[in-house]
Design a binder for this molecule. Structure first.
Ligand code: AMP
Length: 214
């Protein structure tokens, strides 16, 4: 089993880059945010536990996150290659991930830090719109749909994630600084941190990441 991590503030473009990497390689994309949103939609116990934290822009407890990630890895094959997006987000999750992978005879191979200036992040997130039907991602000014509020790909309605409203975005950035940014040192000290300039356009960032992928 191989594992890489996409690390960066909310709005750094982890989801967009993950899509580019998935299309170009055989990495399996594991987004804990997507898994939690699916759990909420399905009305499962995990969804009920996670929703209040997510709506406020707070982190979901480590125990909930480690349970869903461990369950996902347990379904995998020894040859699988995983790309984690939005996970780990705390030192505790990082340490527990190391333990889970060690038991499977594996370890984190590379961590890509997506670097983006804060004002760019705030504008990206507060302008983000998502199709309720197919999940396609738009931006009110950077990637507008042809018809306002309607998905180009499937005609579904576009919506704003409740946690993308500006006040919540600012809280999520604060949470990132307080709880997640320490992972930069954690992985740098292991010698597996790679910095990617993700502040301009997603195509260039994806190309840079693919060029640096071992
Ligand atoms: P994302 O889609 O990655 O921006 O995640 C959306 C929200 O889900 C976050 O603001 C958190 O509330 C929650 N979440 C996702 N991944 C994690 C994680 N690894 N640890 C804690 N909370 C998470």
């Amino acid at each position: 089993m191989q594992a890489i991590i996409l690390l960066g503030a909310p709005g750094a473009g982890k989801g967009t880059l993950a899509e580019g990497v998935r299309n170009a390689t055989d990495y399996i994309h594991v987004s804990t945010g997507d898994m939690l949103r699916a759990a909420i939609k399905a009305g499962s116990q995990t969804g009920l536990e996670a929703k209040a934290f997510m709506d406020k822009g707070e982190l979901v407890p480590d125990s909930v996150i480690m349970r869903i990630v461990s369950e996902r890895l347990a379904q995998g094959q020894p040859t699988d290659k995983y790309m984690f997006d939005g996970f780990p987000r705390t030192l505790e999750q990082a340490r527990q991930l190391d333990e889970v992978l060690a038991k499977l005879g594996s370890a984190v191979n590379q961590v890509f830090l997506l670097e983006v200036p804060t004002p760019v992040i705030v504008s990206r997130l507060s302008g983000r719109r998502i199709c309720k039907t197919c999940g396609a991602v738009y931006h009110v000014t950077n990637i507008p749909p042809k018809k306002e509020g309607i998905c180009d790909q499937c005609g579904g309605p576009l919506y704003q994630r409740p946690d993308d409203e500006e006040a919540t975005v600012l809280n999520r950035l604060d949470v990132y600084q307080r709880q997640t940014a320490s992972l930069i040192d954690y992985y740098d000290q292991k010698g597996i941190l790679i910095r990617i300039n993700a502040g301009t356009n997603p195509q260039a960032a994806t190309a840079e990441l693919l060029a640096k992928l071992a």
